[in-house]
Design a protein around this ligand. Structure first.
Ligand code: GLU
Length: 278
């Protein structure tokens, strides 16, 4: 079947060997099946993303021998697409404004006696039950707010949801374990979960290839797809490359950036081998 894959890094640093593996994997799947390989820059975080890193991503991929199809989609140029999706969710009354600060959320979580220890802390739902009057008053007062998805209400609307992972097979989505996630941040009219779901749909992506650290996030993407009437792509959550001591590569490890390796004279073929892609 025709496949459309993508590589979607955030330009907050230089690409490292882990990125190279992810990009090479998506690229090779597309090329083996005469499909399309897309490049998207997830640059909604204006504070952390830099043009210099965006340019370096394109340059490093070209150096590695990876060519993408069509233009590069930069999320910061498409805020209207995310606003339109948010408006649809709002019309379904699944969105509410949240005025909490990080500090108030932490204080509430600490006060909750029965906090489960085996799950990451989730937003306790403080602003879900504010009255319309209270919401309006706070907005008029000029208090900054994020927009959250009422996940339990959303899942009640969609019923059980499933998705197919190339490695794990059929998976049932469990979005409620994430609590009411933010879909639009106080400083940006979207969030990772919303932008990635909208873009994969608008770009016609049929196979999402990404690291297994994002496996759980697919719960929420599957929920948003169902609410917004988008098709569900297949997923391939791949292993994360680690260094000799078993530690994951990170953007701050200068030694394994493609830039750094190139600077010490490594060839693209050598770097492909180092990225487990000989
Ligand atoms: N932008 C994300 C990252 O750089 C990847 C998102 C995705 O592939 O879904 O980690």
């Amino acid at each position: 079947m025709f496949v459309v894959t993508r590589f979607a890094p955030s330009p907050t640093g230089y690409l490292h060997l882990g990125h190279a593996y992810s990009a090479l994997l998506a690229h090779s799947v597309a090329r083996e099946r005469s499909g399309r390989f897309l490049l998207r820059l997830e640059d909604i975080d204006r504070g952390r993303c830099r043009a210099e890193f965006a340019d370096a991503i394109e340059d490093d991929l070209s150096w590695l021998g990876i060519a993408w199809d069509g233009g590069v989609r930069k999320q910061s140029e498409h805020f209207d697409d995310y606003r339109a999706a948010l408006a649809r969710l709002e019309a379904m009354t699944l969105i509410y404004p949240c005025f909490c600060t990080r500090a108030t959320i932490e204080a509430e979580l600490e006060a909750a006696v029965a906090a489960p220890h085996d799950a990451p802390p989730v937003y306790p739902g403080t602003c879900r039950n504010l009255s319309d009057d209270e919401r309006r008053a706070r907005i008029t007062q000029g208090l900054p707010y994020a927009l959250r998805l009422d996940v339990a209400k959303a899942q009640a609307k969609t019923g059980p949801l499933f998705w197919e992972d190339d490695i794990k097979g059929a998976v049932e989505a469990a979005p409620t374990r994430h609590g009411d996630v933010v879909l639009a941040r106080k400083d940006t009219p979207t969030s990772y979960h919303l932008a990635v779901t909208v873009d994969d749909a608008l770009q016609g992506v049929t196979l999402v290839t990404r690291g297994e650290d994002l496996f759980a996030a697919t719960d929420l993407h599957r929920l948003l797809q169902a609410l917004l009437g988008y098709p569900t792509p297949r997923y391939r959550h791949h292993k994360l490359l680690t260094d000799a001591s078993g530690k994951r590569f990170a953007k701050r490890d200068q030694a394994v950036t493609l830039r750094g390796l190139r600077a010490i004279g490594k060839t693209p073929d050598e770097v492909r081998l180092m990225a487990d892609f000989g």
